[in-house]
Design a binder for this molecule. Structure first.
Ligand code: OAD
Length: 254
């Protein structure tokens, strides 16, 4: 059954001047990219983040970490943005202001035509030198990596200083990029509607953004097939997938 929106929330979508979308891994699930958590499992059920996604892991075994991120890159390269992304891009054309703050490191928002996407946890394809921090964009993804997540691959070297090239993501124990976080907080404080799509809401500080928006007077609509840490605080919980939920939002803004 297609869920529907109570009139108060339909009105919030129709009348919104500034929408902020906070997206998480569930936003990309229908494109075939695995989430980290959830009742269906997720990356952190199959892989130990302590071995793969921390500065300590990188120091201990850079080839294992690099190989795992190459595997994730291969998955994202093979994926296409689903209909929910197209709905979001269309919604962005229909409201005066719509911004995306994402915890996702993939590039599906951008490939769907959305502009000005704020990546709180970095970007999978924004590799940089671990020593001098210069961007190192040209990285080959070996075809066999697509099926071998734990195959070790020696990271390439920086053309400038010879340091190891590292993934452009934020690992556990690292700070969020200041500019991205400050912008997200500013936008949360001045949006009138926040759509929280496909995040379990367990990773901070990103999970604190809905509270900031709500305190400043915004309506919070959660789009997620499951209950999350953010559900209780949301003004409305749309129990739907990202594609179905965003299609519904778009209908209201016809
Ligand atoms: P999670 O994997 O923690 O949560 C995914 C959420 O998506 C769950 O609440 C699911 O119910 C929901 N979901 C699943 N399928 C969906 C669908 N089709 N439509 C909508 N929602 C769906 O992902 P995040 O909350 O993004 O950080 O995780 C936050 C951070 O934890 C990630 O950025 C990553 C991870 O560790 C780092 O790596 C630093």
């Amino acid at each position: 059954m297609t869920p529907s929106l109570p009139s108060r929330f339909a009105e919030a979508i129709r009348g919104a001047c500034s929408i902020l979308v906070l997206s998480g891994a569930g936003m990309s699930a229908e494109s075939g990219i695995a989430t980290f958590r959830g009742t269906q499992g997720g990356l952190w059920a199959d892989f130990d983040p302590a071995r793969l996604a921390t500065p300590k892991a990188w120091k201990a075994d850079p080839a294992l970490v690099w190989g795992w991120y190459l595997w994730r890159m291969a998955g994202v390269r093979a994926a296409e943005p689903h209909a929910g992304y197209a709905a979001l891009a269309e919604l962005a054309r229909r409201v005066p202001e719509l911004h995306i703050v994402t915890q996702n490191v993939d590039d599906l928002h951008e490939r769907a035509g959305l502009r000005d996407v704020i990546h709180l946890h970095g970007e999978l394809f924004a590799h940089r030198c671990a020593a001098c921090a210069r961007p190192c964009p040209d990285v080959a993804i070996p075809s066999e990596q697509a099926t071998q997540p734990e195959r070790r691959v020696e990271p390439p070297r920086c053309g400038h200083c010879g340091g190891r090239v590292r993934p452009g993501v934020v690992w556990f124990g690292e700070s969020l990029p200041d500019a991205a976080w400050n912008r997200a907080v500013t936008l949360a404080g001045r949006c009138d509607l926040m759509l929280v799509v496909g995040t379990s809401g367990v990773v901070h500080p990103a999970a604190g953004l809905p509270r900031i928006a709500q305190r400043a007077g915004a309506t919070i609509i959660e789009i997620n097939p499951e209950d999350t840490e953010l559900s209780r605080a949301a003004d409305f919980r749309l129990r739907a997938s990202a594609s179905a939920g965003l299609a519904l939002c778009l209908e209201e803004r016809a």
